[in-house]
Write a protein of this length. Structure first.
Length: 323
């Protein structure tokens, strides 16, 4: 009997030690890998991290790879497909020396967009990253994002070029219109990189009641990655929206890119709001799938009998006084 008691005591100590060892350390990041179990009626989103340094034998080979990614996403039942900012610059490796961005713009319109449209599912939302859009006989360009929705192409220009983009050749000018698209009973907007970081843009989108932000990005260092990811997380909370981040990676001609694919959700009851972030990537083509609880996001616009704290539903005029 004495030995049985001693054995039981030792077993209890061993179990306690196992539980202690499995416990996360204090300060561990509250992140989980994608993907969780899909919810009924939710959206399957795929983020493609694209390596700008990858060399393809021809323009046709580059386009074929983009089409392949789109076709595979459609076959996998993806609802929302997002590529990174400026990943279309990969076409420039095959452009003539004279006005290469104008050539790239023509190839996007004449070849790339029709090919991707043919490969995409009929109900897919595809954000084809962005590229430097330059028209003939124009000295500047726009950082333009093609958006395939309901079988038609739409375009969203980057509203806030970075200080570096403004002095490039050709210089990138600010976009003038930020479109908001109707999608599956909700609203979606494309905010290209630096525009995501602008509080005035967030305030305007709050009034529009968006439920989904697509954020194609290109960041050169950890400071840029931190700004994008931290801002994306904040936008999810203040807008009551899902925010998808699609990073450019790789290096070309001294231009380095690093980033994490990510999904952020509002911090509200019934929604698993832990950040979904991929490891930092600096090279290669990566695919990250995320499940977006679309019905829950749409339902956040209506309060129940017992109101929940929801910052995206509050409009309270106030004034600032300097004292």
């Amino acid at each position: 009997m004495r030995y049985a008691f001693l054995f039981a005591a030792v077993a209890l100590v061993a179990v306690a030690l196992m539980v202690t060892c499995r416990r996360e350390p204090v300060g561990a990041p509250d992140t989980v890998p994608a993907v969780d179990v899909p919810l009924a009626g939710g959206l399957k989103a795929r983020v493609v991290s694209w390596d700008i340094g990858l060399r393809f034998a021809s323009e046709a080979d580059w386009i074929a790879r983009v089409v392949q990614e789109t076709r595979e996403a459609s076959a996998d039942g993806v609802d929302v497909l997002v590529f990174p900012e400026l990943f279309v610059s990969g076409l420039l490796a095959h452009a003539p020396d004279e006005r290469p961005h104008e050539w790239c713009t023509r190839r996007v319109n004449e070849v790339l967009l029709p090919a991707v449209q043919a490969a995409a599912g009929a109900e897919m939302l595809v954000c084809l990253g962005s590229y430097a859009h330059q028209n003939a006989n124009v000295t500047h360009a726009l950082n333009r994002s093609p958006v395939l929705l309901n079988g038609n192409w739409h375009f969203a220009d980057k509203i806030h070029p970075t200080q570096g983009e403004r002095i490039e050749d050709p210089p990138i000018r600010p976009g003038e219109v930020l479109p908001v698209f109707e999608f599956r009973g909700g609203r979606v907007a494309v905010v290209v990189c630096f525009t995501l970081e602008m509080p005035d843009v967030s305030a305007a989108l709050k009034k529009e009641g968006v439920q989904l932000l697509l954020a194609p990005t290109a960041t050169a260092d950890e400071d840029g990655v931190a700004r994008i990811l931290r801002t994306a997380s904040g936008r999810a909370v203040e807008l009551g929206a899902a925010v998808l981040v699609a990073p450019l990676v790789g290096e070309r001609d001294g231009w380095k890119n690093v980033g994490s694919a990510a999904l952020y959700l509002p911090a509200q009851a019934g929604i698993d709001h832990r950040p979904r972030e991929s490891p930092r990537r600096t090279a290669g083509i990566g695919r990250d799938d995320f499940d977006i609880p679309w019905p829950q996001l749409l339902g956040l616009r209506k309060q129940g009998v017992k109101p929940e704290t929801r910052p995206f539903l509050v409009e309270q005029p106030f004034r600032i006084e300097r004292r």
